[in-house]
Design a protein around this ligand. Sequence first.
Ligand code: NCD
Length: 360
Amino acid sequence: MRSLISILELSVEELDQLISTAKDIIAHPENYWDKCAHKKLATLFYEPSTRTRLSFEAAMLELGGTVLGFSEAGSSSAAKGESVADTAKMISCYADIAAMRHPKEGAPYVAAQAASIPFINAGDGGHNHPTQTLADLLTISREMGRLDNLTIGLCGDLKYGRTVHSLIEAMSRYTGIKFVLISPKELQIPGFVRFNVLERHSIPYTEVTSLEEAMPQLDVLYMTRIQRERFDDPWDYERLKDSYILDTPKMALAKEKMCVLHPLPRVNEISVQVDNDPRAAYFRQALNGKYMRMALILKLLEEAKENPVKDEIDTTDLEYDRVCHNPKCISQTEQELPQISRVTDKAANIHRCIYCEKRT
Ligand code: NCD
């Protein structure tokens, strides 16, 4: 049995398999109507969500299963101070599989360690969002007809944008991928993506501040929201919030065959005029998210049935004597959680927290 906490836990073969299951669900939905009969999905959302939670719930319902859960921390025992690990143990008594969104980075990892059912990371702080990436992959595959040999522009909040981090991790493993990272200097990608993924695997990437300049070379443009809730200083948000606005004049600079993605919600970074452009794929992307979540639920429940014992964690290069100082890490709030780091670069002596991946 396994959970899905980071997109890197799925091999490229498994990603391709999930995409082909999703395409089969689209073609023959009736074959899946009772695949999860008598199974329950718990949705544990400690942060706001529209698409992710509802698409998880729709996914389970369309598989013939049922759903239970909460959509804000205030209505769960978290408001009374219950730990993530204790909540995960409880949920294991009531559901067969769970999806968790949490503002603390690493919270779904802690839940998966404590639980006896598969846990899915539905977004943890500014860290990862693997199931959004599944939606993104199916969208790119359907819109562009391939997942290799693409120039992918990622624009906006690349620092806190968890969808961006997981998408780079996934796409870096396909051949012929180039990234154009378009952001203000203050919102560039964090070290765990830059060094652990791009630099380590020598993936070609450029960093620019102008969206106009990047437009003509892109096959995929992934827009993101500047996320007010992740900023420590509200003035930084005010200063940066209107950094990029995709409008029809900018779309005129793009290739005829390209697609625009956005995990949504959008605030003002894509003009509504762009919605009518056939290259605007973000609403189709939201629908694709439901199909990929159906494929994922099927896979994880199937694996749990075949092997109910939890997969062991990889203990290579773990260290127990370093402290994580990231205030947004779950290790700062969870009761008696051991501080654990992993050596990610021996030569440079780099250690990263196993929960949030920040340097320790
Ligand atoms: C994203 C998220 O929550 O990280 N939305 C989503 O899941 N579809 C992006 C965002 O909130 O800006």
